[in-house]
Design a protein. Structure first.
Length: 239
């Protein structure tokens, strides 16, 4: 039986969706990832604050994923933290045989699914109630979002929300931040240029911008569907 479990540790708040026997492995992976990140910050405090990519000598996979994604997206490594931790949780559950494993870390989502699932994009405003219908996935997929108006994300832009999809979940998270930083208006030409820039990064499948009541999309995106926003399904805090 697939269950949903929400848990919080320090700044982290995640919702895991998987069979009951796989949930503990996902939770353990979150604690391990946090420990690696905290050690990296202790080693170099700029790891936590830089808005620019950093090169860090580390054998830890979570740190390598964050630094690699940040370099490709042109942002600081912490821009990839939530997606990376979600990815680590899903990887751990899959390693234990899970074919259904979803980790939602403050709107940055990693998933493997043996059935179709609907992922809501929480925005509020005039375009509230939209989501993606995700077909079954036997490889990890990242669906990550950044916003200047909704939630605690740090964004230097003016989007309602930007969402990026990639099989590299860390990269999806970093590029969602990068895309959000790029968006400075809801001008149609400007939004197209922002999307083109993000889609030029290797391994990005698709991206969507919600800005000023306008929706702009490019690339290989799941089918867009109407959803009912439910507060009890929203992971409110951000790692």
């Amino acid at each position: 039986m697939v269950i949903r479990e929400h848990f919080e540790v320090a700044e982290s708040a995640l919702t895991l969706l998987a069979h009951k026997e796989h949930i503990p492995y996902g939770k353990d992976a979150v604690f391990q990832a946090r420990s690696s990140i905290e050690a990296a910050i202790k080693k170099d405090p700029y790891f936590a604050t830089s808005f620019e990519p950093l090169v860090m000598d580390s054998d830890e996979r979570v740190i390598k994923r964050m630094c690699s994604a940040a370099l490709k997206a042109g942002v600081g490594p912490m821009a990839a933290v939530a997606g990376t931790v979600a990815w680590e949780a899903v990887d751990a559950m899959v390693a234990q045989g899970a074919s259904m494993a979803v980790a939602d870390n403050g709107g940055d989502i990693a998933l493997v699914c043996d059935r179709a699932v609907t992922i809501g994009i929480h925005t509020g405003g005039p375009l509230a109630g939209i989501g993606f219908s995700i077909p079954p996935q036997d490889k990890v997929l990242g669906i990550c979002s950044s916003s200047a108006e909704v939630g605690p994300s740090i964004s230097l832009g003016r989007s309602r929300i930007c969402t990026v999809i990639s099989e590299d979940v860390s990269l999806a998270d970093a590029c969602a931040t990068a895309l959000g930083n790029l968006v400075q208006s809801d001008d149609e030409t400007h939004l197209k240029e922002c999307l083109d820039r993000i889609l030029s990064i290797a391994d990005i499948k698709g991206a969507m911008i919600n800005a000023g009541g306008r929706l702009a999309m490019r690339g290989d995106l799941p089918r867009l569907v109407k959803v009912e926003e439910q507060d009890d399904l929203i992971t409110r805090r951000l790692l």
